[in-house]
Design a binder for this molecule. Structure first.
Ligand SMILES: Cc1ncc(COP(=O)(O)O)c(C=O)c1O
Length: 395
C-alpha cells in the first residue's frame, strides 16, 4: 500500500513550486504583442529587474534557461583568446566555464572541492601572480550541487587586493530571490539569474544583469565579437519597440508570471523579508539534518555552517542508500527530493527550500525523509522533525 495520494510535493532545488497566482496568469489567453497589456507588463518587469539583483545596472532578459544567460554573458563580454578564471566549489561554475571554453576562451579552473567555499586567499594569490591575461572571474554564488554559498564580498575584496581588472561574473541562479544578493554593494560586474528558483516562475527565461564596468567592456568589444541579436545587448539597451528587448516575440507568459512574482515579493514586505523567511526555513532543515547526523550516516555536505545556503541543502547519507531514500519518499509519500549530481546519487540527496515555500512544505519534506528513513530501517541519531519544528516555533 502506498500513501501517495493527495497533493504532490516537489522539494527539488528548482524548478520550485509555482504560487497559485503565478499559475493563474499562465492560463491567460495570448495578448496582442504590439500594444496594450503585454507592452505595459514588459516595461514594468524590465523596470523591476535591477531591484531584484540590487543594482543600478541593466537587466537583460534572455529567452532560454540559465545556460542561455551564461551564453549571453560570455558572448557579450569575452572574445576568443581571452582567459577566464573559474572558481570551483561544486559544479555550476565549471559548467559555465565549459561554455566559455566552447566560445574560444582559455579557461583556467581554480580547483575547489564539493564540500567547501572558494577560498578568497587562493583567489588573491592567483590573481596577484597574473600577467593581466585573465579577463573574467566566474563563480557561482550558491552552487546548487554542493549547496555551498560563497562569500561574494570577500571574493571581490580578494580581486581588489590583487589590483586586478578582471570582470567579476557571478551566477546567482540558485540564490537571487531566495538569499541576500547585493550586486552593486558587493562589486559584482555581471550577475546571472533564472526564472525557476527563487523567482517562482517556470523555467524558460533567464536574466543577465550588467553593471557599468561590464557595459563599458561590452561597448569596447562590440566590433571584435560577431554575435546575433539573440544575445546581443545592442538593441536591448534602449529599445524602441518591445520585440527588441527579446530579439523577437516577447515571452508573454513568463513576463506576466515574473510581474506577479515580483508583486508577491513586494506584498510579503520586500526582499529582506523574503530572505529572512528563507533563512528561517533553511534553519529548520539544518536543524533536522543536525539531529539526524551520525558518524557513518547522515551529515551536511558543507562543513562550515556560515557557508550553507538558505535555498538548498545537500545531505550526505553515508551507508544509507540515497537512491532508495528518494524512491521511498516519492513512491510511498508523493514527495520528490533532489538527487545528488553526477556520481553522488547513491550517497547524497538535496532538499530545495527556495521560492514559494512555507513551514508545512518544509516540515512535510523533512518529515517524509524521516519517515522514509524509518521505513528503510536506516539509522539516524534523533528526530529531525522535532528539531525542525522547534527551530521554526522557537525562532
Ligand atoms: C547555480 C546554477 N547555475 C546554473 C544552472 C543552470 O540553469 P538551467 O538549468 O536553467 O540552464 C543551475 C541549474 O540548476 C544552477 O543551479
Amino acid at each position: 500500500m502506498t500513501l501517495n495520494h493527495g497533493l504532490d510535493l516537489v522539494a527539488i532545488p528548482g524548478p520550485s513550486i509555482l504560487p497559485e497566482r503565478v499559475r493563474a496568469v499562465l492560463a491567460q489567453p495570448m495578448p496582442n504583442i504590439y500594444a496594450g497589456e503585454i507592452v505595459e507588463t514588459s516595461d514594468r518587469v524590465l523596470a523591476r529587474l535591477p531591484g531584484i539583483a540590487r543594482t543600478a545596472g541593466h537587466g537583460f532578459v534572455v529567452i532560454g534557461n540559465g545556460h542561455a544567460a551564461w551564453q549571453m554573458a560570455i558572448d557579450n563580454l569575452l572574445v576568443p583568446g581571452d582567459k577566464a578564471l573559474v572558481l570551483d566549489s561544486g559544479a555550476f561554475a565549471r559548467f559555465w566555464g565549459e561554455f566559455a571554453r566552447a566560445a574560444g576562451v582559455e579557461v583556467e579552473v581554480l580547483p575547489g572541492d564539493m564540500r567547501s567555499p572558494v577560498d578568497p586567499e587562493a583567489v588573491h594569490e592567483r590573481l596577484a601572480a597574473d600577467d593581466g591575461s585573465i579577463r573574467a572571474v566566474l563563480v557561482a554564488h550558491t552552487d546548487t550541487a554542493s549547496s555551498v554559498r560563497n562569500d561574494i564580498a570577500a571574493l571581490r575584496s580578494a580581486i581588489d587586493a590583487a589590483g586586478h581588472d578582471a570582470l567579476f561574473m557571478v551566477d546567482g541562479i540558485a540564490s537571487i530571490g531566495a538569499e541576500q544578493f547585493e550586486m552593486d554593494t558587493w562589486g559584482v560586474d555581471i550577475a546571472i539569474g533564472a526564472s525557476q528558483k527563487g523567482l517562482m516562475c517556470p523555467p524558460g527565461v533567464a536574466i543577465v544583469w550588467a553593471g557599468a564596468k561590464a557595459m563599458d567592456r561590452y561597448r569596447r568589444l562590440s566590433s571584435d565579437r560577431p554575435r546575433t541579436a539573440y544575445v546581443d545587448w545592442e538593441h536591448r539597451i534602449d529599445p524602441e519597440a518591445i520585440y527588441q528587448s527579446y530579439a523577437g516575440t516577447p515571452p508573454v507568459m513568463h513576463l506576466r508570471a515574473l510581474d506577479v512574482a515580483f508583486d508577491l515579493i513586494d506584498e510579503e514586505g520586500g526582499l529582506e523579508v523574503v530572505w529572512n523567511r528563507h533563512r528561517i526555513l533553511a534553519d529548520a532543515v539544518r536543524a533536522a539534518v543536525s539531529a539526524w547526523s551520525t558518524p557513518d550516516g547522515i551529515e551536511f555536505n558543507i562543513d562550515s555552517p556560515e557557508h550553507r545556503s538558505d535555498a538548498v541543502t545537500t545531505v550526505k547519507t553515508g551507508s544509507i542508500n540515497a537512491t532508495e531514500l528518494g524512491r521511498v519518499c516519492l513512491e510511498q509519500y508523493g514527495v520528490t527530493i533532489g538527487v545528488g549530481l553526477a556520481n553522488e546519487r547513491a550517497s547524497t540527496f538535496r532538499l530545495g527550500h527556495m521560492g514559494h515555500v512555507n513551514p508545512p512544505m518544509v516540515l512535510g519534506a523533512v518529515g517524509s525523509v524521516e519517515a522514509a528513513l524509518v521505513e528503510m530501517g536506516a539509522r539516524f541519531a534523533d528526530s529531525g522533525v522535532a528539531a525542525a519544528a522547534a527551530s521554526i516555533g522557537g525562532r
